[in-house]
Design a protein around this ligand. Structure first.
Ligand code: URA
Length: 238
């Protein structure tokens, strides 16, 4: 198949958008940038668009793992700030991507971008208890009271009682901890530590539903989920 047709079929780009992407050098075939739209490519060619591999068949939905940088907002569109969707949207102009779950503007790490509303709903549903893991830097060392309190279920300042969560040291530094949550409440981790008089200096999401953020992704970079990662998330969301 011609490269521009192939790209259009696999990405949802129009033929003319595909030709422009190819001419701009955004497309690589078998490891080399290809600027000729009429290049013949086999069905199973290894093709990258903006460095991200195209799957071998048309997909109903797209699932991206993004390493959110600080300062970017977890929304589809924003008047003032760059959004997590802005970071990937040019590669998927026909997809209505949105973040399945939010991180604060100052937080970093794994954000799942998709156009699969049903999966996002199931992943976020409190009934499914999908675990999310965070690396958190506190302004004070972790205490036994925090660990016991998280395990029992923290009661927030507004009286809301949260589900049990886990917190433990992440390494030798007593201010750097690993937190696992199975629910999603606004500013949850900051508010939980606030109950113990501790502030959060940095917060990074490491994993969602057992799928770890790819360490090869620099802040702002993204890639499609592998079939194995997607199957894991779909299994967890059931
Ligand atoms: N909890 C927070 O307080 N902030 C986040 O970004 C995620 C969880």
């Amino acid at each position: 198949m011609r490269l521009d047709r192939y790209l259009a079929a696999r990405t949802g780009l129009t033929r003319s958008e595909s030709r422009k992407a190819i001419a701009k050098g955004r497309v690589a075939v078998e490891g080399a940038v290809c600027r000729k739209a009429d290049t013949q490519v086999p069905e199973d060619a290894a093709i990258l668009l903006d460095g991200a591999p195209l799957a071998g068949a048309y997909r109903k939905f797209v699932y991206l793992m993004l390493n959110k940088p600080a300062g970017v907002v977890s929304a589809s569109r924003d008047k003032r700030d760059t959004t997590v969707v802005d970071l990937a949207a040019t590669a998927y102009p026909r997809r209505a991507l949105f973040p399945a779950g939010r991180l604060d503007k100052t937080s970093t790490g794994f954000v799942l971008l998709t156009d699969d509303g049903a999966l996002a709903h199931d992943l976020l549903s409190p009934a499914h208890h999908v675990a999310k893991e965070y690396l958190v830097t506190l302004d004070t060392p972790l205490t036994g009271a925090m660990q016991a309190g998280f395990a029992a279920g923290v009661t927030l300042a507004d009286g809301r009682r949260l589900a049990p969560a886990e917190v433990g040291p992440a390494g030798a530094d007593p201010c750097v901890v690993r937190v696992t949550l199975r629910q999603g409440v606004y500013h949850q981790i900051k508010r939980m530590f606030g109950v113990f008089g501790a502030g959060v200096n940095a917060l990074h999401r490491l994993s969602i539903g057992g799928v770890a953020l790819d360490p090869a992704l620099a802040p702002g970079q993204w890639r499609e989920l592998t079939a194995e990662e997607l199957a894991l998330l779909q299994g967890r969301a059931r």
